[in-house]
Design a protein around this ligand. Structure first.
Ligand SMILES: Nc1ncnc2c1ncn2[C@@H]1O[C@H](COP(=O)(O)OP(=O)(O)OP(=O)(O)O)[C@@H](O)[C@H]1O
Length: 334
């Protein structure tokens, strides 16, 4: 994946030269009364990249998604889509985007083609042009042979692909997908990502996905990681993880108090930054396995469990925010 990003990115940048960015956020802010949901977000999404918005519950993904899809006007700052202001020029923006919401938007009692036909009519398409677009859209998601079937007879994964075909009917350059893998089994997820990559590679479509799943975020070319409405990290999954040196080492202890004490002792003795997260002590270190032995020998009887691993996106989140991606209240959802 990393190699593909490295070789693909320069081409995409050449492709983007001179054109308006698919998405440009300038100090974008939104509050719901006293609650600040988006806090001065600024970043740009490049043409023909799959861009992920990753964040835990309440980080602001849905709020941003609703602003980009013109369902909501931000309280401050600017969101531009292909150069158009999402708040001031919503109709122009809608022509540029295809949106797939989490909730199903298909009519189960109609056929696949009928669903697409209705969508085409909403965009002013008709006659032979609409017919061609329906055919093309279904070809793109490998469902042309199911055009005449009732949607209710398709599997969940196929229905998700019809949603994708539906949002492609007016040939948008930018797709906005809200938690696209929700409810899909692993095989259907793989298929979905394969179609997104095809759209990116063969048609230069830009894709923005929101997700709270690390494994899904790993598929993206670049990510914006949000926490409490703030941008805490921006970059490719590979680069973000590379910024964390060595291994991530976790020591489990019996209590939060023990973890806090152990973190202090490890920091003092070994001159590393060890942090207590609940009952766990976390640190980053080259040669993690060797270091584990040193710590266990130095502080006998305190460590109840150990893990050593390569940095993950969760580690990036912890490094940038100082807390876990999933708090005690939300664990179990991931
Ligand atoms: N209609 C609303 N009224 C008041 N506060 C809201 C409203 N919608 C969202 N919020 C608050 O704004 C913040 C961001 O919420 P948002 O739904 O954008 O997060 P999210 O990242 O999409 O979360 P999730 O993954 O749970 O969908 C949260 O603190 C949430 O409680």
């Amino acid at each position: 994946m990393a190699t593909m990003i490295e070789t693909g990115a320069p081409d995409r940048q050449i492709f983007s030269a001179g054109a308006a960015a698919p998405i440009e956020l300038i100090s974008l802010t939104h509050d719901y009364g006293s609650r600040l949901a988006l806090d001065h977000l600024s970043f740009t999404v490049q043409p023909a990249e799959i861009f992920g918005l990753l964040g835990p519950n309440g980080s602001g993904k849905t709020t941003l998604f609703r602003i980009l899809s013109t369902l909501m006007v931000p309280s401050g700052g600017t969101a531009r889509i292909q150069g158009f202001d999402a708040a001031r020029e919503p109709n122009k923006v809608r022509q540029q985007i295809g949106v797939v919401f989490q909730e199903r938007s298909l009519d189960l009692k109609l056929t696949v083609a009928e669903n697409l036909r209705h969508q085409g009519h909403l965009y002013g398409l008709s006659g032979s042009l609409l017919k061609t677009r329906i055919q093309d859209s279904l070809n793109r998601v490998a469902l042309a042979d199911r055009a005449g079937d009732l949607v209710e007879t398709l599997s969940g994964g196929m229905q998700r692909r019809v949603e994708l075909a539906k949002c492609l009917i007016h040939s948008p350059g930018l797709l906005l997908l809200d938690e696209p893998s929700t409810g899909l089994d692993p095989g259907a997820r793989r298929d979905l990502w394969q179609y997104l990559r095809l759209l990116r590679d063969e048609e230069g479509v830009t894709v923005l996905v929101t997700t709270h799943m690390m494994e899904e975020a790993e598929h993206c070319d670049r990510l914006a990681i949000l926490s409490e409405g703030k941008l805490v990290a921006l970059g490719s999954p590979f680069d973000l993880k590379s910024q964390i040196g060595g291994d991530v080492v976790l020591f489990e202890t019996a209590s939060e108090e023990t973890a806090a004490q152990l973190a202090g002792k490890i920091s003092d003795r070994f001159l590393v930054t060890a942090k207590a997260l609940g009952k766990t002590v976390r640190l980053e270190r080259e040669q993690g396995h060797r270091f584990v032995t040193e710590v266990v020998e130095a502080f006998p009887g305190v460590v109840e469990g150990v893990s050593v691993s390569k940095p993950s996106l969760e580690d990036v989140f912890i490094r940038r925010t100082g807390h876990r991606f999933w708090t005690e209240k939300t664990t179990g959802e991931n």
